[in-house]
Design a protein around this ligand. Structure first.
Ligand code: NAP
Ligand code: F7E
Length: 327
């Protein structure tokens, strides 16, 4: 008689599952056969737009980075093998008006979660969402895993703390904890306040006759922009390695906000110069002028490479926003 065995699925917990990256990572892990748990925090309205299409395939558990006991409980409940810490106050501009809150969430939140892991199950593999904002006023071009940090915002400072506490729990408690230093990554699911989505949405609204101008801040800032769908795969690949190490994830190309505007408006046959106005309100107290990453280590050790190129990314975002306004 043939015996039919039940193979238990690997369990993963994602904090920040309602965010851009959380939704792409959940989709990716489901495609890899994982059982996916997502941590959500209490809010007065439901904000599941990004995960609505997979909600019946994942389990949502309540918790908050500000509350360590809530995370101990949800780790006991979900018993994951892998934890991806994507939750954060992630908008740089807001970090100047709410520096303490940003620190509590984006910095100390990491310690709370690492501590909860140490208490519940120190064998859990942990991924921390580190950021190219840690490089800030860059001390080396391109930026690698060895480039010193010089953060320029309370957000960047908080991420440096999160990065080093992850390294520290690896070195002092033996937790399999890694940091992915990810450069900017965008998608049609990007929040509307970030510059790329603000532009793609603005272009669509102007094309549809809903707006006549688009107000932006520093057009000279340069970023290494990739596609979020590519970047979540790198997170998973890092956690599959038996040695816990940190990796830079980037495209290796940099473009200015001005260039983003130029390409985005050209998708709908418009000249950006006629619509974009510079508004001081969107300038930052301290700017990160230029970022470009070298993901050579990830390419060699993980076999990871960015797939979506800059013009395709911009076009994908503009077309999606047009569709949203005129389905
Ligand atoms: P996002 O869209 O802003 O999502 C942030 C997520 O964090 C949301 O699900 C949010 O929940 C959750 N969250 C915020 N505060 C929380 C708290 N106190 N407790 C529990 N959950 C909380 O960010 P993202 O672009 O997906 O980025 C994911 C992570 O990567 C973040 O840590 C970000 O800082 C980092 N990162 C992003 C980039 C990038 O270019 N996207 C680059 C490098 C690093 P609500 O929906 O309830 O607000
Ligand atoms: O700004 C300039 C702005 O807010 C990009 C987060 O995911 O990536 C993101 O942080 C640049 C800056 O992203 C506007 O001054 C001009 O130089 O889209 P952003 P960010 O600050 O790079 C990193 C890697 C993260 O980790 C963060 O979580 O664009 N800019 N005009 C503007 N920016 C915004 N938001 N709005 C403007 O009107």
């Amino acid at each position: 008689m043939q015996r039919v065995g039940i193979v238990a699925k690997t369990r993963a917990l994602i904090t920040g599952i309602t965010g851009q990256d959380g939704s792409y990572l959940a989709e990716f892990l489901l495609s890899q056969g994982y059982e996916v748990f997502g941590m959500i925090r209490r809010s007065s309205t439901v904000n599941f737009e990004r995960i609505a299409h997979i909600q019946d395939k994942i389990s949502l558990v309540t918790g908050d980075l500000l509350d360590e006991v809530s995370m101990i409980n949800l780790l006991r409940q979900s018993r994951p093998r892998e934890v991806y810490n994507l939750a954060a106050q992630s908008f740089v501009q807001t970090s100047w008006s709410q520096p303490v809150f940003t620190g509590e969430t984006t910095a100390l939140g990491v310690t709370r979660l690492l501590d909860a892991i140490r208490i519940v199950d120190p064998e859990i593999r942990f991924y921390q969402a580190s950021s190219s904002e840690m490089f800030g006023r860059v001390l080396e071009v391109p930026q690698t895993e060895k480039t010193p940090f010089y953060p320029r915002s309370p957000y960047g400072v908080a991420k440096v703390y999160g990065h080093w506490i992850t390294v520290n729990y690896r070195e002092s408690h033996g937790v399999h904890a890694i940091s992915g230093i990810l450069f900017n990554h965008e998608s049609p699911r990007r929040g509307l306040e970030f510059v790329t989505r603000k532009i793609s949405n603005g272009v669509a609204r102007i094309k549809m006759g809903l707006d006549s101008t688009l107000s932006l801040g520093n057009l000279d800032a340069q970023r290494d922009w990739g596609f979020a769908g590519d970047y979540v795969k790198a997170m998973w690949m890092m956690l599959q390695k038996d040695t816990a190490e940190d990796y830079v994830i980037a495209t290796g190309e940099t473009h200015s906000v001005r260039e983003f505007c130029e390409v985005a408006f050209s998708v709908v046959g418009l000249d950006w110069k006629k619509y974009v106005v510079v508004d001081e309100a969107f300038m930052r107290p301290a700017e990160v002028d230029f970022l470009v990453g070298d993901s050579g280590k990830a390419q060699r050790a993980l076999g990871w490479k960015a797939e979506v190129e800059f013009p395709s990314l911009v076009e994908m975002m503009v077309r999606n926003d047009l569709e949203c306004l005129h389905p």
